[in-house]
Design a protein around this ligand. Structure first.
Ligand code: SDX
Length: 428
């Protein structure tokens, strides 16, 4: 027996089916609403609107649960690798050792970019934000791999997946190296994903560079924690662009731009800048908590709040512990950690934050680790993009394979003028 929801409008009652997800999430299927009632729904920001069915990630915002293909995020952070987690998200199951070796082989052997891509970096202004550079270069991959743009060809999609996973670290590292006037390095195929990236970022051609395994492990865990998160802003972007049957390179380029915003992935950069501002102004966290509470003050506590989590973001708890571990080992004391801990302690005692269920999110502590790993602040959102790439790929692929596939085209409520005639300019 299908559960239904009834809507009564202008004296007539309509019934719509209620669908239920694997773990109990329920939705009213309103696909026929306009046809039956002439009404559309109105839900700015999609506070109560599901855009798709997905088997990739599950969040429970009230309980602070995050599962990738059913596996709790803390288990993957502790036991998996980023490449293995990427395989799980994209293909749905943990790989066998042969599958993992094959996936890893393809990613390692696609990590170089076309030599002519290097010249793009000569054209960008030296102070370009690396998110703008990375999105532009990722989008340009559609010009180099024109035989991988057919979104209904499994083989073309598979090669595009390998190329994107393999090349984003190289593209990202180049955006940093160019900004500091250093040579653009080649990937080192003898190294794992995170170690290779750190070597491209911080090594030079002048001497051997040994990556600190603690840094590589911390990066692996951060990439795993950022790998997917249901239908967040950038993932919804990759789906909407992909819904026009646009290729994977262009769809991911759009997602990188969406992630850049300070309300989304750009928050990890904004958190550090906020903590630095507080430090530069005497470290008075109470003053900034009051600013955040003031509805007339546009200031927000960056790294706090979440559309779904109304409890602790499970990723934030893991990253907070990691921040302690990594920073304890670093030779220089990190004053911003002290301020972050104080800010969290003070904010979580405030009724404003308790009532609005505003907790630290994934971006609150991650920047402190990136900073300890010597990443420049403007590279923090790029690290988020590298982590989120397998999630974007998995969600785009799931969309292309969806039996309910259709182009995304929301409706609107028009609030403009009534119909009116053109007025010649001499009469205006
Ligand atoms: C990410 O969606 C995802 O899954 C995203 C993400 C992922 O993995 O993809 O988890 C990654 O983007 C994390 C969020 C990073 N952004 C920030 O840290 C920026 C600061 N936080 C916010 O601006 C805000 O909390 C959002 C954008 C995260 C959520 O916005 P919502 O759900 O639209 O909530 P809202 O803006 O309507 O806020 C509800 C209330 C408002 O007050 P009232 O209008 O009800 O009086 O809470 C207030 C807001 O003013 N509020 C804050 C606040 N966040 C919300 N007040 C002060 N400081 C904050 N940080």
């Amino acid at each position: 027996m299908v559960e239904t929801a009834k809507l009564t409008y202008q004296g007539k009652t309509y019934e719509f089916p209620v669908i239920e997800g694997t773990l109990g999430e329920k939705a009213i299927d309103i696909g026929s609403l306009r046809k039956e009632t002439g009404l559309i729904t109105f839900d700015p920001g999609f506070m109560s609107t599901g855009s798709c069915k997905s088997s990739i990630t599950f969040l429970d915002g009230e309980k602070g649960i995050l599962l990738y293909r059913g596996i709790p995020i803390d288990q993957l952070a502790e036991k998996s690798s980023f490449i293995e987690t990427a395989y799980l998200l994209i293909y749905g199951e943990l790989p066998t050792s042969e599958q993992l070796a094959d996936f890893n082989y393809h990613i390692i052997h696609h990590s170089m970019v076309h030599e002519s891509i290097k010249s793009f970096y000569d054209g960008f202004p030296i102070n370009s934000h690396p998110m703008a550079v990375c999105s532009a270069v990722v989008g340009s991959l559609a010009t180099f791999y024109q035989d991988e743009l057919n979104v209904r060809d499994d083989r073309e999609i598979e090669i595009a997946i390998h190329r994107l996973m393999a090349k984003l670290p190289t593209i990202a590292a180049y955006s940093y190296k160019k900004s500091i006037g250093q040579a653009l390095p080649y990937p080192d195929n003898s190294l794992d994903y995170s170690t290779n990236f750190l070597k491209m970022m911080f090594g030079t051609p002048c001497e051997a560079y040994e990556v600190d395994p603690v840094a590589a492990k911390a990066l692996e865990v951060l990439l795993i924690l950022h790998a997917d998160h249901e239908q967040n802003c950038s993932t919804s972007s990759v789906r909407l662009v992909g819904s026009s049957m646009c290729n994977l390179f262009a769809s991911v380029s759009a997602a990188i731009y969406a992630l850049w915003g300070p309300l989304h992935g750009g928050a990890n950069q904004a958190v550090i800048e906020m903590l630095q501002t507080i430090a530069d102004n005497g470290g008075d966290v109470h003053k900034y908590v009051e600013k955040a509470k003031d509805p007339k003050d546009p200031f927000r506590l960056m790294g706090f709040g979440h559309r779904v989590y109304k409890n602790f973001d499970p990723r934030s708890k893991i990253i907070k512990t990691m921040a302690h571990d990594v920073l304890e080992k670093s030779v220089t004391k990190e004053p911003l950690l002290e301020i972050a801990l104080k800010l969290e302690e003070v904010a979580l005692k405030e009724d404003y934050f308790i009532d609005k269920k505003l907790y630290p999110n994934v971006d609150f502590y991650s920047g402190l680790i990136y900073k300890a790993l010597n990443f420049p602040v403007n590279m923090f959102p790029v690290m988020f993009a590298m982590g989120r790439l397998p999630g974007w790929i998995a969600q785009w692929k799931e969309l292309q394979e969806d039996d309910d596939f259709r182009i995304g085209r929301p409706r609107q409520i028009y609030t403009g003028t009534q119909t009116r005639d053109y007025i010649p300019i001499k009469n205006r």
